[in-house]
Structures are given as structure tokens and as C-alpha cells.
Design a protein around this ligand. Structure first.
Ligand code: 16G
Length: 168
């Protein structure tokens, strides 16, 4: 059973106190100017995103009736976003009209790695999906990140999960 516990953090950080000068909070529309997109560049190609495009996407997510949760960690001194992750809630008909959580776009700025911040983001979103009543929470990741997610309790479904895609 999934039980994120503070005692698994050494030093003992948590969502209320993620480390000196750091705060964990929901994404704000003003984060366009605080390095949110620049930080995402460390995960993949972000492309050219104008303020208007950003605000449109932000508002669409906000108005989705609790389907999108984007959380960030900000350094309050530099006022820059240094980590972020998204939880997307997928409504289903199966599993008694159940919900599935999907964790996406997890990135911790390279100069902040090794401070358990990735674990903190994932634990927070996994716990949130449990509290929202999801019957499972899933993610897909690069091969080199598999050990990290396994260490947080994620398991590859034996022979029964083949992540497939068509790229456009
Ligand atoms: C990783 C991310 C996924 C993201 C993708 C982007 C996690 C757990 N996984 O797989 O959410 O969308 O990278 O890669 O953060 P892409 O640009 O090749 O789609």
C-alpha cells in the first residue's frame, strides 16, 4: 500500500518545508516570467510559447474541474521555478466510472538534484491522486529514470504494459 512518509526523507523535508528558501505550491499564471518554461527545457523541447499561449493553456487547465494539477517548487530568493510536475486525472467508464491519475512532465533543475525534490513532487502527486479516489496512478519515463521511479514504489506491469505511441 502506498504510504509516503516523512521519515523516508533524509534530511526530513516535506511539502510544507521542502528545504531552505524553497516553497512547493500550485503553478501560477505569473510563473511564465519566473522560469517555469526554462526549467521544463531540461526535460524536453518546449518550443516557442508566447505569454498568450501560456495563459490560454493555463486557463483551460484551471477550468477543467479538477483534472489538472501542476505543482512547482520555487526558490523564494531568486524567485525562479526550479522544479515542477503535473497530475492529470483521467475520467473512465471502466472501474465503476473510475479515475486514473497520470503523472507527467516531472523535472528538477540540474543544480537542485540530489535534494529529494523529485521524490517530494511524486509523493505529493501520488498521494493527491489517492485522495481524489484514483484506482491507480501511472507514468511513463525514460529508461534511465526507471530505477528512480521503482524506488518510489512504481512497478512495471509484467508483460502487460506496453507503452506505445504515434509521434506527429
Ligand atoms: C518523460 C515524462 C513525460 C513527458 C515526456 C516528454 C515523466 C514521468 N515522464 O517521459 O511526462 O511528457 O518525458 O518527452 O515526467 P517527449 O518530449 O519525448 O514527449
Amino acid at each position: 500500500d502506498f504510504q509516503p512518509a516523512e521519515c523516508h526523507y533524509n534530511p526530513p523535508i516535506n511539502a510544507i518545508n521542502p528545504g531552505e528558501d524553497l516553497v512547493l505550491r500550485p503553478l501560477r499564471i505569473s510563473d511564465y516570467d519566473n522560469g517555469f518554461l526554462e526549467n521544463l527545457e531540461q526535460l524536453t523541447d518546449v518550443g516557442k510559447v508566447s505569454k498568450e499561449m501560456f495563459e490560454d493553456s493555463f486557463k483551460r487547465m484551471k477550468s477543467s474541474d479538477g483534472l489538472y494539477y501542476v505543482i512547482v517548487i520555487e526558490n523564494l530568493v531568486s524567485e525562479r521555478v526550479i522544479a515542477s510536475a503535473t497530475l492529470l486525472i483521467e475520467q473512465k467508464f471502466i472501474h465503476a466510472c473510475g479515475l486514473r491519475g497520470r503523472i507527467e512532465d516531472v523535472v528538477v533543475n540540474s543544480s537542485y538534484r540530489g535534494r529529494q525534490l523529485g521524490k517530494l513532487l511524486i509523493d505529493a502527486l501520488a498521494l493527491l491522486s489517492k485522495q481524489l479516489g484514483c484506482y491507480k496512478v501511472t507514468l511513463d519515463c525514460r529508461d534511465e529514470k526507471r530505477g528512480f521511479y521503482e524506488s518510489l514504489g512504481f512497478k512495471k506491469e509484467d508483460g502487460n504494459s506496453n507503452f506505445m505511441q504515434i509521434r506527429f
